[in-house]
Design a binder for this molecule. Sequence first.
Ligand SMILES: [Ca+2]
Length: 107
Amino acid sequence: MKKIISFAMCVVLALTFSLSAFAKFTCYGDVTCDKKVNSSDALCVLMASVGLQNLDSDGKRAADVDGNGKVNSTDALLILNFSIGKIKEFPVDSAQPDPDMGHQIFG
Ligand SMILES: [Ca+2]
């Protein structure tokens, strides 16, 4: 019985770590990590593009919504257009999937 309980606890812990790691990288455009893509994300990207804000590597990946490897005003504009519903997906969504980055988009 102890082995079964230990095994179940290991499974739960493994799932918890997997889900938390996945949740950390779930959304292109969500630079502020609040599970929303809105004008705040666009502003962060715009500020980062002119050197007024630093993004960590996760933030840079979330910000590069056109998938060109750079964070610039084009990304900010795309995020703003997405936030108002003018576009339904980012160019990077139609690109080759990044194994470290989910493609779930939060509205
Ligand atoms: Ca870009």
